[in-house]
Ligand binder design. Structure first.
Ligand code: PBG
Length: 334
């Protein structure tokens, strides 16, 4: 070991591997790929409607016919999976639009599949966008009733798959819904359709822009009796393991950025792929930060994306999917 002029005797020089871009990339620990990106898409009633979401600059609600050109752009950007959220024309106490044969999602799935058979279509399964009170299930004595809601969720999931959905993603946080959905699909001959469970979904203020987008804010109370308390860590494992036992094929953690510790622990605990959902509030925060000139938008998007994969996720659901794909193409991340 040589002593330097300054008298330093270093055995470890971490900077050796950071000297040039080829080397840095050679020893990179996290590798990402566009095929792991899922873009959330809001579909609403009507025709020729493309409506910007006030709290999510650059994101829109599309009528079915308007979604086609967006999907074409996504496919051209290398994004081959989307997750659909429905905004019905009418809502009622029972969320019946969620499982209606001619509901907004059922129609959207049929039409989109017909035009874009190669697109991988995932549907969000929940009642909150369809109930007049905005809660994720049926109300009983002022709270969401678990078991009667689960039956409707299973019905909703089946109707999406019958319409042609490739995968269903229940986001309601009721107990036992993965088992019920799995059984319902299996009984109808859809045993090969995967279920991605929003298994670890925290009661988060970061969903606010989404609720604005989908008009799904609860009209009273909050979702704390079904979504998770963000002080909890071990409970995330419990939720994830329960859903794997019930038949979930992919486990999701949501939100992403403020729950990377959970992404890591859950991905260590389960033997199925883990997805992280960078939610509407994360998107809005980046947009606001970039707008005020405090931070560079592309750099922020890059770090946020890499962080979820580094934490152990192998699937990333994000409104920035097209931007991330472009950053990957440009060799900025990947
Ligand atoms: C429906 C659902 C929500 C989100 C995804 N599915 C909202 C909620 O639980 O209130 C949030 C997505 C986002 O904020 O981007 N239950």
């Amino acid at each position: 070991m040589m002593m330097t002029e300054q008298g330093m005797m270093l055995t470890e020089r971490a900077r050796r591997l950071r000297q040039n871009p080829v080397l840095r990339k050679m020893v990179r620990e996290t590798r990402m790929d566009k095929s792991s990106l899922i873009y959330p898409l809001f579909i609403r009633e009507g025709t020729a409607v493309r409506e910007e979401i006030a709290s999510m600059e650059g994101q829109y609600r599309y009528s079915i016919d308007q979604s086609f050109s967006k999907i074409e752009k996504l496919l051209n950007a290398g994004i081959s999976s989307v997750m659909l959220f429905g905004i019905p024309g009418q809502k009622d106490e029972f969320g019946s639009g969620a499982y209606a044969e001619d509901g907004i999602i059922q129609r959207a799935v049929r039409e989109i599949k017909q035009r874009f058979p190669a697109l991988y279509l995932i549907t969000d399964v929940c009642l909150c966008e369809y109930t007049s009170h905005g809660h994720c299930g049926l109300l009983k004595d002022g709270d969401v009733d678990n078991d009667s809601t689960v039956a409707l969720l299973a019905k909703t999931a089946l109707s999406h798959v019958q319409a042609g959905a490739d995968m269903v993603a229940p986001s309601d946080m009721m107990d036992g819904r993965i088992r019920a959905i799995r059984q319902e699909l299996d009984q109808s001959g859809f045993e090969t359709v995967p279920v991605m469970s929003y298994a670890v979904k925290y009661a988060s203020s970061f969903y606010a822009p989404f609720r604005d987008a989908a008009g799904s804010a609860p009209s009273f109370g909050d979702r704390k009796s079904y979504q998770m308390d963000f002080h909890n860590r071990r409970e995330a494992q419990k939720e994830a393991l329960t859903d794997v036992r019930e038949g979930a094929d992919i486990i999701m953690v949501k939100p992403a950025m403020t729950y990377l510790d959970i992404v890591r622990e859950v991905s260590d605990a389960v033997n199925v792929p883990v997805a992280a959902y960078s939610v509407s509030g994360e998107y809005a925060m980046v947009k606001a930060g970039a707008k005020c000139g405090c931070v560079d938008e592309k750099k922020m998007i890059s770090e946020m994306a890499v962080s979820v994969y580094r934490a152990g996720a192998s699937v990333y659901i994000t409104y920035f999917a097209p931007e991330i794909a472009a950053l990957m193409d440009g060799g900025v991340i990947g």
